[in-house]
Write a protein that binds this ligand. Structure first.
Ligand SMILES: Cc1cc2nc3c(=O)[nH]c(=O)nc-3n(C[C@H](O)[C@H](O)[C@H](O)COP(=O)(O)O)c2cc1C
Length: 179
């Protein structure tokens, strides 16, 4: 069994996935890992939108691309052959929170980190998808994933069986010690 430090050090963003769904129990376990993250003042106001429907994921990805284009922001990849923002993953989890929760982004990031580490521990790939916040720009898409006006997409993560094994990215550390 891997130690926690080994899991932390072996986690890396995976951006290619096998076309294979995750068993329901695995999805439940992933959400269970998220549930145990700390939240500011123990408010526990995060909610999850769990997307496994491929057509819906495609719609959401296209919506992100359109929102980026409208705002004049660059799209990655060669024109016309841009890959999905979800890289073909079988699972997308949107972490939503009330817009009036000042700690939403922090709470959500901690929940996603739990997911990333848990996924790594069971040899799944995963990746934080910050771009998913652009889904909010399209009210119709929000309806499709049941995000009311009062809530924001605070973070998002994809997960699945990896179809790549990239080199771990170099990590830097800046620390000053006051002893
Ligand atoms: C807040 C945040 C937003 C991110 N958004 C995206 C994203 O939209 N798409 C993507 O491919 N990766 C995204 N990433 C993954 C980072 O690019 C990745 O963590 C970084 O390049 C370091 O690589 P590693 O995760 O393999 O260590 C995001 C990561 C964070 C923390």
């Amino acid at each position: 069994m891997k130690t926690l430090m080994e899991i932390i050090k072996s986690r890396k963003s995976i951006r290619a996935y096998q076309d294979k769904p995750l068993p329901k129990q695995v999805v439940k376990d992933i959400l269970e890992a998220a549930k145990y993250a700390p939240t500011a003042r123990n408010m526990q106001e995060l909610a999850y939108r769990v997307v496994t429907n491929k057509d819906l994921m495609d719609k959401l990805s296209k919506g992100i691309a359109e929102a980026l284009q409208k705002e004049g922001l660059p799209l990655k990849g060669p024109p016309g052959v841009r890959p999905s923002f979800f890289y073909g993953a079988p699972l997308l989890i949107l972490v939503i929170a009330p817009k009036d929760n000042n700690w939403a982004a922090t709470d959500a990031a901690l929940a996603v980190q739990n997911i990333l580490l848990y996924a790594t521990s069971i040899d799944l790939g995963a990746c934080f998808i910050g771009m998913a916040r652009f889904i909010e720009k399209d009210k119709e898409l929000c309806k499709l994933v049941n995000i009311p006006d009062s809530r924001t997409i605070a973070a998002a993560v994809i997960c699945g069986y990896p179809a790549e094994n990239p080199e771990p990215r170099e990590k830097k550390q800046t620390a000053e010690f006051f002893e």
